[in-house]
Design a binder for this molecule. Structure first.
Ligand code: PHE
Length: 339
């Protein structure tokens, strides 16, 4: 009767029920086995082996049935979970690095090769770091020219408001204050000015450079910029021109131009009669060194500031800066910045 029940069990739970009924602690066969003790030796001699044989037979039937049930279950699953691996995949849109981040990484790698470490500072900056320490006192016209975004102070709080940093130059001060001289750093990051047209966005990116040592000169500055321009635009050589300029935090100061040409709207670096404006630079003003706690009688150095977005526009031939920050997927795909 057990053999029939085993054959009829349709799943493992049903099978287990049959097993318990027969061989479990209170199963029929187990109880009969226990009764052997009360039998006479003669009775036991026939009943014992018979029961054992029965038990073996049931066990064998149980495991055979169990195996065939699990085979069936596996076959069932294989049928249900069948996949056609020859089907073509559905295209997956992938995210990618934003062109500005990509260009920032390239710039960082180029300067790293020349021994420049990366420094950072806050985007919400105090009046002191953004202006005063850089020799831009309260009345200075440079403050107005920078189209500064100011934060708001509570009523009755007379301290000067914080600003959204208008350039990466405050990182010069923060770095020198903390690490002293000598130093050699770049500081890439976001800066803010209230300005908006085809080549200006209220948030944009600069990379600051700063090298302080005992005998650093404009010649070192020029060489560093030449190396950078050649590496960034992937040409053998780029001529750098210094154009006399003025910044409160450098003396002397120079506008940085790279020699280039425009052929059919295509930029070519390193040759031609045009000049590409790349940023500002100069020898760090002694007052700036002193404001950062550095002895200007012992130390000197250069600083520069380059516009990252502009470099990216030029490298990728993108005419409108604003598009960089619109997060328009069609635009990103068009320029190959997204798939
Ligand atoms: N901070 C200047 C600007 O934003 C650029 C600059 C940096 C000039 C360092 C000289 C030295 O216009």
């Amino acid at each position: 009767k057990y053999i029939e029940a085993i054959a009829a069990a349709s799943d493992e739970a049903a099978l287990e029920e049959v097993r318990l009924g027969a061989l479990g602690k209170k199963g029929e066969i187990s109880l009969k086995m226990r009764e052997l003790g009360k039998m006479t030796p003669e009775e036991r001699q026939t009943a014992g082996p018979a029961l054992n044989a029965l038990k073996d037979e049931i066990n064998a039937a149980l495991s055979a049935r169990k195996a065939s049930l699990s085979d069936a279950a596996l076959a069932e699953r294989l049928k249900a979970e069948w996949l056609d691996v020859t089907l073509p995949v559905r295209p997956q849109r992938q995210g990618s690095i934003h062109p500005i981040s990509q260009v920032t990484e390239e710039i960082t790698a180029i300067f790293a090769d020349m021994g420049f470490a990366v420094a950072e500072g806050p985007q919400i900056e105090s009046d002191w770091y953004n202006f005063d320490a850089l020799n831009i006192p309260g009345h200075h016209p440079a403050r107005a020219e920078m189209d500064t975004f100011y934060t708001h102070r509570a009523e009755g709080d007379d301290r000067p408001p914080h600003v959204l940093r208008t350039h990466t130059s405050p990182v010069q001060i923060r770095h020198m204050e903390k690490h002293g001289a000598p130093c050699r750093i770049i500081a890439p990051g976001r800066v803010y000015r209230s300005d908006y047209d085809q080549t200006h966005t209220p948030m944009f990116h600069q990379v600051e450079g700063l090298a302080i040592d005992k005998d650093i000169s404009m010649a070192n500055l020029k060489w560093v910029l030449e190396q950078f321009a050649a590496a960034f635009f992937e040409v053998d050589e780029v001529e750098v021109r210094f154009r006399a300029s003025h910044f409160p935090f450098t003396e002397p100061s120079a506008e940085i131009d790279f020699r280039c040409s425009w052929v059919d709207g295509q930029l070519k670096l390193g040759e031609g009669d045009d000049w590409l404006e790349a940023g500002g630079s100069g020898m760090v003003h002694p007052k700036v060194l002193e404001a950062a706690g550095i002895d200007s009688a012992q130390w000197q150095g250069f600083a520069f500031g380059l516009g990252i977005d502009r470099l990216a526009m030029l490298k990728y031939g993108i005419p409108d800066l604003r598009a960089f920050f619109d997060a328009d997927l069609r635009w990103l795909r068009h320029y190959g910045f997204a798939s």
